[in-house]
Ligand binder design. Structure first.
Ligand code: 5AD
Ligand code: SF4
Length: 350
C-alpha cells in the first residue's frame, strides 16, 4: 500500500519524492496522520532533542515601505499607528530577555528605511557588548554589503521567509517584490555564514498542496536551518482582510513533513498558530516543532504590530504552558523562571 511504502522510506531515512510529500500533506486518514506526527516527533527527538529552545523577539519598528497583500503593517495601511522603538527602549527589553537567561534575541521590523545600516550596526554591537546574546535579524531584503556588515557586527542568524515558492503566487501577494531577488538574498545569507531562516504561509489564496510540497523541497535543497511555518491569518486594512484563515491541520502536517524531510533544523511553533488556537502551539511541538518565540515588544506598541488580526501574545507564561502540555518536552536549563512559574502545577487558567 502507498502509505506503508512511504513510511518505510521514512524509517530507512531515504529521500522522499515530490509525490510522497504531496501524499503525506494530503491524507485525511486519522491513522496515517498519527503515524506522520509520530515519525516527525521521533526525528525531532533524534536530531534536536527534547529541549524546546526559547527565543525572545522585539518588534522594534512597524514602519514598512512594502505592501505585501496579506500583511497588516503594509505601508499603505493608514489605519494603524506607526512606531519606532528608541535604542534605549530596545536595550531595556534586551536586558530583560538576558535576565531570563535567554541566549537568542530576535530583532524584527518592517522594511523600514529609517533603520539604516549604521543604526542597525550600532544596535548589534550594543547587544553583543552588553549581553553576548546570539542575534537573529528579521528586517527584510537588504543589499549584500549590508548583510555582510551586519554579520561582522555580530548578527548570527537571519530570517527572511520565501513565503511561497510558487512564482506566480509570490508575485500576486508581493506587489513590490521579485522572486529572484528574494532567492538571491537568501543565498547571500547562506554564503555569508548566517544560520539561515526561511518559511512559508499556509492557506494563501490559490495555494495548492503541490505548492506546499515545493516549499518543503526548497527548504531541503537550499539547506535552510530555521523554518517558520504559519497559517495565513486575515489582517485588517489589508486586501486579504476578508479571506478565510489557513487551516490548522494543514499547517501541522506541513510542520511534520518538513521535519521528516529536512531533519536537523529549527522549526518554531509559531505565533500565528497560537493566534488561531490556544493549544495549536502544543500540537506543533508534538508534530516536529522545537522552538518558541516570545514576543517582548513593550505593551504600548504591541497592538500596533498587528501583521494579522488578534495576534496572540506569546509571553513567558504561554511558552511555559505549551512546553509543559507537550509530550515529554523540557524547558531549557538556561531559562530563569520567576518563582511562581517554577511550580510545575502552576494553574495557567487562573
Ligand atoms: N498571516 C500569516 N502570516 C503573516 N505574516 C505576515 N502577515 C501575515 C498574515 N496575515 C508573516 C510572514 C512574515 C512574518 C514576519 O509574518 O510570513 O514573514
Ligand atoms: Fe512589510 Fe514584511 Fe509586512 Fe511585507 S510582510 S508588508 S515586508 S512587514
Amino acid at each position: 500500500e502507498r502509505f506503508l511504502e512511504i513510511l518505510k522510506k521514512i524509517e530507512n531515512g531515504d529521500e522522499l519524492l515530490r509525490e510522497d510529500i504531496v501524499y503525506l500533506l494530503s491524507t485525511d486518514k486519522k491513522r496515517e496522520i498519527d503515524a506522520i506526527f509520530s515519525a516527525a516527533d521521533r526525528i525531532r527527538k533524534e536530531t534536536v532533542g527534547d529541549v524546546v529552545e526559547i527565543r525572545g523577539a522585539i518588534e522594534f519598528s512597524n514602519y514598512c515601505r512594502k505592501n505585501c497583500k496579506y500583511c497588516g503593517i503594509r505601508g499603505q495601511n493608514s489605519e494603524i499607528k506607526r512606531y519606532r522603538m528608541t535604542e534605549e527602549e530596545i536595550m531595556e527589553v534586551v536586558g530583560y530577555l538576558h535576565s531570563l537567561g535567554l541566549r537568542t534575541v530576535i530583532l524584527q521590523s518592517g522594511e523600514d528605511p529609517y533603520w539604516t545600516m549604521p543604526k542597525i550596526i550600532n544596535i548589534l554591537r550594543k547587544v553583543k557588548e552588553t549581553t553576548g546574546m546570539r542575534i537573529t535579524l528579521s528586517i527584510g531584503e537588504r543589499p549584500y554589503e549590508e548583510y555582510a556588515e551586519f554579520k561582522k557586527a555580530g548578527a548570527d542568524n537571519f530570517l527572511l521567509k520565501i513565503e511561497t515558492t510558487n512564482r506566480e503566487l509570490f508575485k500576486e501577494i508581493h506587489p513590490d517584490d521579485d522572486f529572484d531577488t528574494r532567492l538571491q538574498c537568501s543565498k547571500w545569507l547562506k554564503e555569508l555564514g548566517y544560520i539561515n531562516g526561511s518559511g512559508n504561509i499556509i492557506g494563501l489564496p490559490g495555494q495548492t498542496v503541490e505548492d506546499i510540497a515545493s516549499d518543503i523541497e526548497f527548504f531541503r535543497d537550499m539547506g535552510i536551518n530555521m523554518i517558520g511555518i504559519g497559517p495565513f491569518i486575515p489582517a485588517k486594512g489589508s486586501p486579504y482582510e476578508k479571506l478565510t484563515p489557513g487551516d490548522i491541520a494543514m499547517t501541522l502536517r506541513t510542520v511534520a513533513v518538513t521535519r521528516i524531510v529536512c531533519k536537523k533544523v529549527y522549526i518554531p511553533s509559531t505565533t500565528a498558530l497560537a493566534t488561531l488556537s490556544k493549544d495549536a502551539q502544543v500540537w506543533a511541538l508534538n508534530a516536529g516543532a522545537n522552538t518558541i518565540m516570545l514576543i517582548n515588544t513593550p505593551k504600548k506598541y504591541r497592538s500596533s504590530y498587528n501583521i494579522y488580526d488578534n495576534k496572540n501574545m506569546v509571553d513567558l507564561e504561554a511558552a511555559v504552558y505549551a512546553v509543559r502540555k507537550a509530550v515529554n518536552r523540557k524547558l531549557p536549563s538556561y531559562l530563569k523562571l520567576p518563582s511562581y512559574l517554577e511550580n510545575p502545577d502552576f494553574d495557567f487558567a487562573a
